[in-house]
Design a binder for this molecule. Structure first.
Ligand code: PGA
Ligand code: MG
Length: 222
């Protein structure tokens, strides 16, 4: 695939830049304990991640993908979860292998790099800071930064507007269906990483990459 026309790259956070499941699962299970519910397996909580914290709290309380907790229970769970997770953002969350080096290579190409995550901005920014990744990005868009989150086209359209580029000149790199759908909706190139939380072969991305250095190789002769 030819990526030489790409002028900026947007990255998803959870499952793409960092593996945050250990801390998300710990927060979800601390919340369940607080609500008098038994713990869930980490693998199970991984399946509930991807649509932001509000949705994760519904799913982690009900243990169903489309589950909706009663309003009062959800509110109690949500406020506990956000407080707990904010205090334990990077206890066991790790940057994926190849991400730091890959970002450094891409930055050497003088391309703006941005983060477009469904995680709340309030949680995404300190997480990036704690893992010393924040400075690699010119912009961080969280799930609550704009009126709509992925799979909407809005976050990527906003990025293009801020950077002054055409959406066809943007590449979105993610690990989930929401990332690919938002790229499609915005008219950006849709790239998936092979190591994230979903099975990349089911995502219908334009291209699946094993690490960020592969992306650099495809872009370096711009
Ligand atoms: O926090 C989530 O639910 C998903 O976050 P992501 O968009 O960075 O994968
Ligand atoms: Mg993700």
């Amino acid at each position: 695939m030819n990526l030489k026309h790409i002028k900026a790259v947007a990255f998803d956070l959870d499952g793409t830049l960092v593996d945050s499941i250990p801390d998300l699962a710990a927060a979800a299970n601390a919340m369940r304990q607080h609500l008098g519910l038994p713990a869930l397996a980490e693998m199970r909580i991984q399946e509930h991640v991807g649509d932001g914290i509000a949705s994760l709290v519904h799913r982690a309380i009900t243990d169903e993908r489309h589950g909706e907790a009663a309003a009062a229970l959800w509110e109690q769970g949500f406020s506990f979860f956000v407080r707990y997770y904010h205090d334990h953002l990077s206890d066991n969350t790790r940057v994926y292998p190849g991400v730091r080096d890959g970002l450094a290579l891409l930055r050497a190409l003088q391309l703006p790099l941005v983060v477009v995550t469904n995680k709340s901005e309030y949680l995404a920014v300190p997480l990036l800071q704690q893992l010393e990744l924040r400075d690699a990005f010119s912009l961080v868009i969280g799930g609550d930064t704009l009126a709509e989150k992925k799979p909407s086209a809005l976050p990527l359209q906003h990025v293009c507007e801020v950077l002054g580029i055409n959406s066809s000149e943007l590449a979105m790199v993610g690990d989930s269906e929401n990332d690919i759908l938002s790229a499609r909706a915005a008219g950006a190139a849709a790239l998936a990483v092979s190591y994230g939380y979903a099975d990349a072969s089911t995502l219908q991305a334009d291209l699946v990459i094993g690490n960020l250095a592969e992306l650099y190789d495809l872009m370096k002769n711009n």
